[in-house]
Design a protein around this ligand. Structure first.
Ligand code: ZN
Length: 304
């Protein structure tokens, strides 16, 4: 009898250890935010939210950048397993520079579909991270993988709290705040930022992270060419490459700041908002929890 009781207790203990993610304790203990940024490919989350992620991480919040596909056709010269491995290593190196975690899901690049299987997968990723904030592409993007990340995350937005959907993973008690990352698409409606973050103080850090994504930024990814590679400073000239990168990204982030100027002024004050040079911006998704501007200011690393 005693032996049977001991065996029973051990079995329960093992089961609890297996089904309870370790970080659920960490989250309860440290009271920090838990943030997930989804991108379709190993570079999208870093491009769209790398600066904001670095700022969150500096404040002790827990950030994970997730690539929903493995990027295995995202290059003009190589493909398949070796490319997926290369791109996974790139985003891991970038995550280290940002002070965040990184995950690449094992789905072929260019083949993502909004299936029930993938809805369950995305739901579990959000639940496992115990996310307070979830960011994804909008479902109006040019690239089918980007679009379907938007659809899948929207579809998961309700399901993450429903106990009998994927009953093998514990549901979230509070619905996260879901947001979209910025894009330039105009139809059916243009991106309209609800929150914008000054990333001037972490721009160098974001660039250090993006510098690690060589297959994309220095080789041109799927649309690259030998000609493109020749137009970029060579790998042996790291300083030259970084200067080349800085030039492009300063432009990109300052255009984003200009587009989000009104929101920057709302969050930082009129003068300080006007002075912001480089920004990342996000739009609240209709689904999930809808925070007030005051709460958004607390959730995002806006600073006082
Ligand atoms: Zn992409």
């Amino acid at each position: 009898m005693k032996r049977a009781a001991l065996f029973c207790c051990l079995t329960i203990a093992v089961l609890i250890a297996v089904i309870t993610p370790l970080h659920s304790f960490a989250a309860a203990a440290d009271g920090k935010l838990r943030i997930l940024v989804f991108g379709a490919h190993p570079d999208d989350a870093e491009f769209k939210a790398g600066g904001t992620a670095a700022k969150w991480a500096k404040l002790g919040h827990h950030v994970k950048l997730v690539s929903v596909t493995n990027g295995d056709i995202g290059h003009w010269q190589m493909a398949g397993g070796p490319l997926a491995q290369r791109r996974t290593a790139e985003v891991q190196a970038a995550a280290k520079k940002l002070g965040v975690e990184s995950q690449v899901l094992d789905i072929h690049d260019g083949e993502l579909l909004p299936t029930l299987e993938n809805r369950k997968l995305i739901t579990k990723v959000i639940r496992d991270w115990k996310a307070d904030i979830v960011i994804s592409h909008r479902p109006w993007d040019y690239h089918p993988d980007h679009r379907y990340v938007g659809v899948l995350v929207q579809d998961a937005a309700f399901m993450v709290t429903v106990p009998f959907f994927c009953p093998d993973s514990p549901p979230l008690k509070t619905n996260p705040v879901f947001l979209f990352s910025s894009d330039g698409f105009q139809r059916p409606y243009p991106f309209k930022p609800d929150v914008a973050v000054d990333i001037g103080d972490v721009l160098e850090q974001k660039l250090d992270a993006i510098h690690e994504l060589a297959s994309q930024v220095y080789e041109g990814g799927a649309n690259g060419s030998e000609e493109f590679v020749r137009s970029v400073p060579p790998e042996s000239d790291a300083a030259g490459r970084k200067a080349w990168l800085k030039n492009r990204w300063q432009d990109r982030q300052s255009r984003e700041a200009d587009k989000a100027r009104a929101v920057l002024q709302e969050f930082y004050g009129e003068e300080a908002g006007k002075a912001v040079k480089y920004a990342e911006s996000f739009e609240i998704c209709e689904y999930g929890r809808r925070p007030s501007p005051e709460e958004l200011k607390k959730l995002f690393p806006i600073g006082e």
